[in-house]
Design a protein around this ligand. Structure first.
Ligand code: NOJ
Length: 739
């Protein structure tokens, strides 16, 4: 025993010395002995059927009088429900569980609260473009507070899949292509949803999804196979999950994807070896919808019973929607085909989260909270702030933007100018169309005396061009044209992969017709993914990337169009020139024959440049920022240690603004090859005109670790390049050496 204590102290001291303490302690929640003994007592009374009941998550489609379902609850054959947003039905099912089932165990209610519940914020890919972690924590906290008012205890968010393929519709749900940024955002979201205390009536349990590497879907096709080498899995796809576990997430969701031959929802290596044994996760794992049953279609299980065995023994504690567990596991446990330990472990984890959420003490939701806690003016204000911060100015030739508020007339053209749904985006919770401020409304609010000549021009998709003539007329009689074009909310998101990611339908043709009028054109671009907008970028003077900006989007867009807010968003995903370049992301490898214009036999295309249309981290402002004086305080650093890097950033333009200052490194030689650039830090600063700030990064040698040739997580001595700049391709360059 003594030896063990001494050993533990030594390890602790070494960790402190190396500066490699995780930023949140492992298993942050810690096990509460009181809760654990209560769970022991419950488990001791449970039949196998009641245990498996806890592992079953059912739906009831908000049915008013779900007697059949209630009978299941009475028998202890249900532990959770999803998608119940009617608080009366929720409470009535809960009453059945608490008062009419033998053990009175409360149910847990889950829902996809992805970017807001009633107050809908920008879609996650948009919000990530703000690089504002405090904002992201705040929007999650508001979403949690509102969700509780609807009786939701648990959100299936954040979605933290690293995604490098814009064909994949679900790229919209995550933070983009970068692991470092994705990990920081994961932490912010978990903190926002869960707060400090899960039993607080304004917090909900988070769920990291989709564990793991679902974003690597081959060819960007939804639900497709993923083949991810171990090193890439650990260097690129897993860190956000590890960060979320360290931050104390209550749950994770196992993905749909076949990962290296073993579907994620039956993958013991992921679910037990890594998640439990390496990371010490003590909450529970829910399968994605039907993904246990899908083990049959994958070809891993021969029937539902077999699927139930594989899923439960791999480490999926709760089955969403399908009934492989509840129909088979009780009997399989009784005849010894599945060890009762498997059930006990899963039930313990589920009950632990229910205890932490305070459901045993407070099983019912309070409907009165809907009078005070949803869609408040404060929530709307944060939504407007989030919308503004998410917008990315992609082009602004001759400072066409911001527009003068005294402008006499505007042609507002395009199928998204007066469309509510596209502002809400996919997974818009309980958001309602009537809550949305459209662009039309936002412009009217800001410049009430301006004449707005509206023309839809064409539909979002389809081949109709009947509205072109009217749109051209609207443009001709106006001083400036604002074109609201791009994707509707149902062109991205789950099961919405596309092979062509240009402007859909006839929108590009409409744009060309309008451009021919010679009027200055501003595009307000809606999308949930990078689009191949090379023609627009070349030919249209101003482009504001609006994404799907949430219910206050119209106001936020108008704030930027008319200069009440200086845009500062930067894209967190690379925009390709064409689909043929995919996958394209900033932190690629150099190859043995890196691009050389003069040399034909180097890594390139014969019909396209290698460079992206828009690089990761890119975004413009109404002002300009100058980067100077890159200083690396210690150019030779012993491991463990810290490299102090600073640069002076000055606002050299006419207006105040925010700038996201980014730090990148390149590890030049390693036991395995390293990417050409890696984001390792960022800071969002605010500068008045003429003001200068010194931005300093303390880069720990721990932040330079990767999985080495022996698959050990290590930092290696050698030379590094470093850049501090406004995006992933520009910046001041320096170097340092690790000894
Ligand atoms: C399937 C989706 O993949 C997942 O993200 C979502 O949480 C569940 N359905 C529940 O709606």
């Amino acid at each position: 025993m003594k030896i063990r204590i001494i050993l533990a102290i030594c390890i602790f001291l070494t960790l402190i010395q190396t500066g490699c303490m995780p930023s949140a302690e492992q298993g942050k929640n810690g096990l509460d002995p009181v809760i654990e003994s209560k769970i022991d007592a419950i488990l001791a009374k449970m039949t196998p059927e009641e245990k498996v009941g806890q592992m079953a998550q059912l739906i009831n489609d908000n049915k008013e009088d779900p007697e059949e379902i209630k009978n299941e609850i009475r028998k202890g054959r249900a532990g959770s429900f999803l998608n119940i947003t009617n608080i009366e039905i929720r409470n009535s099912l809960q009453k059945t569980a608490v008062e009419e089932s033998r053990l009175g165990i409360p149910l847990i209610f889950g829902y996809d609260v992805i970017h807001g519940m009633r107050t809908v914020f920008p879609v996650p890919l948009a919000e990530a473009a703000s690089w504002d972690l405090d904002l992201m924590e705040k929007t999650a906290a508001i979403a949690a507070k509102e969700a509780r008012a609807y009786g939701i205890d648990w959100t299936f968010a954040p979605m933290i899949d690293i995604a490098r393929d814009p064909r994949w519709g679900r790229i919209v749900e995550g933070a983009g292509e970068d692991t470092y940024l994705g990990s920081m955002i994961t932490r912010a979201k978990v903190r926002g949803f869960q707060g400090d205390d899960l039993s607080d009536p304004e917090t909900i349990a988070a769920c990291l999804k989709h564990y793991a590497a679902y974003g690597a879907s081959q060819a960007g096709r939804e639900y497709s196979t993923t083949e991810v080498p171990e090193r890439v899995l650990r260097d690129v796809y897993l860190p956000p999950f590890k960060a979320g576990v360290e931050e104390g997430t209550a749950t994770l969701m196992s993905g749909f994807n076949d990962l290296n031959g073993v579907p994620a929802s039956g993958n013991k290596y992921l679910l037990t070896d890594i998640l439990r044994d390496e990371w010490g996760f003590d909450g529970f794992v829910v399968s994605d919808w039907d993904s246990i049953k899908q083990l049959i279609a994958h070809g891993l299980a021969k029937d539902k019973s077999h699927a139930g065995i594989i899923g439960s023994t791999a480490g999926v504690d709760m089955e969403m929607h399908t009934h492989c567990y509840i129909e088979n596991l009780p009997e399989l446990a009784m005849n010894g085909a599945v060890s009762e330990d498997v059930l006990d472990t899963a039930v313990r984890r589920i009950l632990r989260v229910k205890f932490r959420l305070g459901l045993f003490d407070n099983p019912y939701a309070d409907p009165k909270l809907q009078d005070t806690n949803i869609l408040t003016p404060e929530h709307r204000e944060v939504a407007r702030q989030a919308a503004k911060e998410s917008l990315v100015l992609l082009k602004n030739k001759n400072n066409l933007l911001p527009l003068d508020k005294n402008i006499k007339s505007i042609a507002l053209i395009g199928p998204l100018a007066n469309n509510e749904r596209a502002l809400k985006g996919t997974w818009s919770g309980m958001g309602r169309d009537e809550d949305v401020v459209t662009i039309m409304q936002g412009i009217k609010n800001t410049v009430p005396n301006c004449t707005i000549n509206y023309a839809k021009g064409c539909d979002i998709t389809g081949g109709d061009d009947e509205g072109f003539a009217e749109a051209v007329k609207a443009a001709e009689k106006s001083d400036v044209v604002i074109m609201a074009i791009g994707e509707s909310e149902d062109l991205n998101g789950e099961s919405h992969s596309r092979t062509k990611i240009d402007l859909p339908g006839r929108q590009k043709e409409l744009l060309k017709e309008i451009n021919k009028t010679g009027k200055p054109v501003v595009i307000v671009l809606f999308t949930g993914r990078p689009l191949t907008i090379d023609w627009s970028l070349e030919n249209i003077p101003a482009i504001l990337l609006a994404w799907h900006p949430g219910i206050e989007g119209g106001n936020g867009i108008a704030d930027v169009l008319f200069g009440d807010y200086n845009p500062a968003g930067k894209i967190t995903v690379t925009f390709p020139r064409s689909v043929g370049q995919i996958p394209i992301y900033y932190n690629m490898k150099n190859t043995g024959r890196p691009f050389d214009e003069e040399d034909r036999f180097t890594s390139k295309y014969i019909d396209s440049p290698n460079t992206p249309l828009l690089p990761f981290g890119y975004g413009l402002s109404y002002t300009t920022f100058d980067y100077k004086n890159l200083k690396i305080e210690n150019e030779k650093v012993a491991i463990p240690g810290t490299v102090k890097i600073s640069a002076r950033v000055t606002n050299t333009g006419p207006v105040a603004g925010h700038e996201v200052v980014q730090l990148y490194i390149r590890d030049l030689v390693g036991s395995v090859t390293r990417p050409v650039k890696e984001l390792k830090g960022f800071e969002r600063i605010y500068l008045e005109p003429g003001e200068t700030k010194t931005v300093t990064f303390d880069l720990s040698t721990c932040d330079l670790k990767f999985y080495d040739i022996n698959m050990e997580y290590n930092v290696e001595p050698g030379n590094f390049k470093v850049w501090v700049g406004p995006n992933s391709v520009e910046g001041l360059e320096g170097s340092f050496e690790l000894l």
